[in-house]
Design a protein around this ligand. Sequence first.
Ligand code: ADP
Ligand code: MG
Ligand code: ZN
Length: 484
Amino acid sequence: MAVSPPQTKYEVVIGLEVHAQLKTKTKIFCSCPVDFGSEPNTNVCPVCLGMPGVLPVLNKQVVAYAIKMGLAIGCEITKHCKFDRKQYFYPDLPKNYQISQYDQPICKNGFLMVEDKKIRIQRIHMEEDAGKLVHAGADRLHGSEYSLVDYNRTGTPLIEIVSEPDIRSAEEARDYAMILRSILRYLDVCDGNLEEGSMRCDVNISLRPEGTETYGTRTEIKNVNSFRSVTRAVESEIERQTEILNSGGRIIQETRLFDEATGTTVSMRSKEEAHDYRYFPEPDLVPLEISNKWIEEIRETIPELPNQKKIRYPKDYGLSLDDIKVLTEDRNMAEYYEAVVRMGAIPKKAANWLIGPITAYLKEHKTDIIGCCMTPTQLADLLGFIEKGLVNDNTAKTEIIGEMLSKGTDAEEIIKEKGLAQVSDEGPIRQAVKEILDANPGQVKELKEGKEKVKGFFVGQTMKKMGGKANPAIVNKIIDELIK
Ligand code: ADP
Ligand code: MG
Ligand code: ZN
């Protein structure tokens, strides 16, 4: 019987290439609108259709957005740079070449902090997107009968953000991609929608025996359409490569596709089939000369970023790291939170409300903090009413907040209209507690014997009797008094 070889322990090495579609009004080299969901082939012109004899004109906003992202992740800006032609033949590329950047990317040598680890960014370059092929008349057995092409996407500006192979786990790869998206959104340069393809991740993965330095042969996984898929794709690829290496095989450098349905990757093309892109400097565009003045102007437009908020929040608000992570992921949420606190809310209370019931409501109604009708002032007022004991926490959660979020009604108005004011008056509370105690002698006996859990039952019953409006602190106090 064959003896299985000793199993080597491997370390995974990952580098990500992220394409982000920029939120410019027009395309990178023509004035066609960048507009998703238009009728196919309506946002096109001779330039983005690759007609002979036309010339590209660079959209300055694209360069500004690329620089903005570069500055946000600590890159050097390449002040003298150029565009290059990358040649390949494919029906979604009407010119038969893509205008991209090869050896002089606009940004270099940046980094991103993932938890406390620095992931180095190799480069950011600008390029144009290709069109979209729609494989139609699909038949599971024979593939599609024909393909349609939509050139609306052709010439949409992209930046490609390339990391160094510094990532060491599936979770780290996902977190890196999430932080990158968060920053792209803070800067308002990309809407970061993986499902719709406005942000696309290619994941490069290799293994090496633990403790060794040299990188192993990598595969590149495309088609990863969600953060969950980033994790799944890496995990399945680690498994596949481990099996090959452990059975004495070797990894072939190739591009693989992630299949959502099976959670595995399948080979798309090997290195041998890889294109020779025959890059050369784009002759139809002049090289870029970027001034320090312009760079500084762009720097001014960068808002406080999540990493800076992560440093400031503990000092200003005393929140836990988990709370901070959730609140700062989305810029609108973070700024809303800050406004609520500015209006006088207790920082921890405001955080709990936003992370808990309000986020739950927003998710349920498929909207976000900008899409709801409640202003930060209104939320601060509600929290103030709770603090002053004018309404209790539970009533606010069950009866008030929903209407504030959906209609923008003031808390005060809802409290008046629905008669939700909290009863802190001891007289009626004492009366209600007495009645509950009289009706439940068995539980009274248990509580007297020290079964503290029964107290919750009495609090609940009293609240129920008083329509949920009693002040829970006073209910507790009176139960204690009467049970002694
Ligand atoms: P190419 O020019 O073939 O795309 P790059 O050197 O630009 O190759 O690398 C592309 C991506 O692959 C980068 O994100 C890089 O960090 C990553 N990468 C390079 N080598 C490895 C490796 N051995 N294992 C994992 N990732 C790698
Ligand atoms: Mg590359
Ligand atoms: Zn056009």
